[in-house]
Design a protein around this ligand. Structure first.
Ligand SMILES: [Zn+2]
Length: 399
């Protein structure tokens, strides 16, 4: 056996622990660049409360930027330049006596914060494009990013514990792209995970982000890069999320359901960072680019097809998914694995996730571009190879 296993150095998990944000930040520095997501955090006073908590702990808050969409090259470049400029004004030390970055929000805000903290410390090129996988100059990070505290407010992407940030561009060559800035150095130093912060998330977002976490857990458990620790964590996460997602969607104030989903999403970040993903995520990236389908929704729509395509390659693992979703007594793993796609479709139906690609705006003529755009890093983890013709046929059957 041989593996690497990377996780954030410190995690503070628990209902109401946002109150400890100041102390968690103070352990990393004394001046915090805050990168935030959703406008909801401004409206409901969460950001003002964060400022106050930081000041109480002796940390100077600096609102560095906010984002309301998935981050693009220009968002990262602009934010990194602003952070560098502010650091130059007061001296550029990072760490306990100096600067840190706080990313607060959903996956987009945390990815933007991760990318900006990396680019603030690495200056061989002024644009993050040169550091992305498969585009630009393929530079790698030489310097550790500014220390980062991640405070996720949705339960989905797990970006708070991964080593990559997903960055897109409308102006890619030859086609628009969605690629990763990836380095072992990019795992956030600390995570503050307070499930109470997710109670204001609308049901539709709870459903999508929750299905993203579930897809991440399943794909890393069946991945051809699967490893013993991530697989154990993935099934622990699935044992929480599969029975609880419907409750979290239908009753936003259900504390047990919110805690379960937040914990599952956090685990899904650890599992995907250490064991990779598969076909559903490969296609989801392309659906985001070609048809602007939100990430979690794209994963959810693709998950049943991914289970169908991989049932023969990973019957034991996929059978466990079916057994967590239904009470039926299956005679064999093979029988249970064959039932898993229908069980996931039924779950999607109950939480309002559409099943067909046309329901998320995909047209037949887009399929060749989607097939082409699916060949990213995620697809490399799929338990068996799926060639372009097979993938096109799967997508056409889902229209
Ligand atoms: Zn995902």
């Amino acid at each position: 056996m041989r593996y690497d296993f990377l996780v954030p150095a410190r995690t503070l998990f628990g209902w109401g622990r946002f109150a400890e944000a100041g102390a968690a930040a103070r352990a990393l520095g004394t001046r915090a660049f805050i990168v935030s997501g959703s406008r909801q955090l401004e409206r409901d006073g969460t950001l003002d409360r964060l400022d106050a908590l930081l000041k109480q702990a002796g940390v100077q808050p600096v609102r560095a930027g906010s984002i309301h969409r998935e981050p693009r090259v220009e968002d990262v470049d602009r934010l990194a330049a602003a952070v560098r400029e502010k650091m130059a004004l007061v001296g550029s030390a990072a760490g306990p006596a100096g600067h840190l970055v706080i990313g607060i929000g959903g996956g987009s805000a945390i990815d933007l914060a991760k990318a900006a903290s990396a680019m603030a410390a690495n200056r061989e090129s002024p644009t993050v494009k040169d550091y992305l996988e498969g585009v630009g100059k393929n530079l790698s990070l030489k310097q550790p990013p500014l220390p980062m505290l991640a405070i996720p407010t949705t339960a989905g992407t797990g970006s708070e514990c991964t080593k990559n940030a997903v960055i897109s561009s409308d102006e890619g060559e030859p086609i628009p792209f969605k690629k990763s800035l990836r380095s072992d150095l990019m795992v956030p130093r600390a995570v503050l995970l307070d499930p109470q912060l997710a109670v204001s998330m609308p049901p539709e977002v709870t459903a999508r982000t929750g299905m993203d976490a579930i897809t991440q857990l399943i794909e890393s458990a069946i991945s051809c890069k699967a490893q013993p620790i991530p697989t154990a964590l993935a099934f622990h996460g699935l044992s929480l999320a599969l029975p609880l997602i419907e409750r979290a969607v239908k009753n936003p104030l259900d504390q047990e359901a919110r805690e379960g989903m937040a914990h599952a999403a956090y685990l899904s970040g650890i599992t995907l960072a250490n064991a990779g993903l598969g076909m559903a995520h490969g296609v989801a990236a392309a659906l985001g680019i070609s048809a602007a389908v939100p990430h979690g929704l794209a994963c959810a729509v693709m998950l049943p097809a991914a289970l169908e395509a991989n049932g023969g390659a990973r019957p034991a693992e996929i059978a466990r998914v079916a057994r967590l979703l239904t009470r039926h007594e299956y005679q064999s793993d093979e029988e249970a694995a064959r039932a898993a796609p229908a069980a996931v479709r039924e779950l999607c139906r109950r939480i309002g996730i559409p099943l067909r690609l046309r329901d998320v705006g995909v047209r037949k003529e887009q399929i060749p571009a989607i097939v082409k755009g699916s060949r990213g890093n995620s697809m490399n983890g799929n338990p068996r190879p799926i060639d372009d013709a097979e993938l096109a046929a799967i997508l056409e059957s889902m229209l």
